[in-house]
Ligand binder design. Structure first.
Ligand SMILES: [Zn+2]
Length: 100
């Protein structure tokens, strides 16, 4: 198991204090809490890395499809994939929202 940082230990102690009165007991409880926090932080780091990869792919997708949307009289984008809610427009909006 990775060694916890002081900040993670503090969170573990806080969790332990909060749950001490709700029936958690036993000598291995603090270790279990620390392990849960470490696992949670690792999962969060993995998700962040995954999101960064997807964001990069989205940025490339937008770069390749850099021409502006052109909607016909039926409301379908003629510049891209002939959708009413253009995929390129949604990609641009999503990426912009991520960076606000
Ligand atoms: Zn479009």
């Amino acid at each position: 198991m990775t060694q916890p940082t002081p900040e993670q230990m503090e969170r573990a102690e806080k969790l332990y204090r909060e749950h001490r009165t709700t029936g958690w007991d036993g000598a291995d409880v603090p270790a279990a809490i620390v392990a849960a926090i470490l696992q949670s932080d690792q999962q969060q780091a993995e998700l962040k890395a995954h999101a960064e990869v997807l964001e990069g792919i989205l940025a490339e997708f937008i770069e390749v499809n850099d021409d502006p949307c052109r909607y016909d009289h039926h409301g379908y984008c003629q510049a891209h994939f002939l959708e009413e809610d253009c995929l390129v427009k949604r990609a641009r909006t999503t990426l912009k929202e991520q960076h606000q």
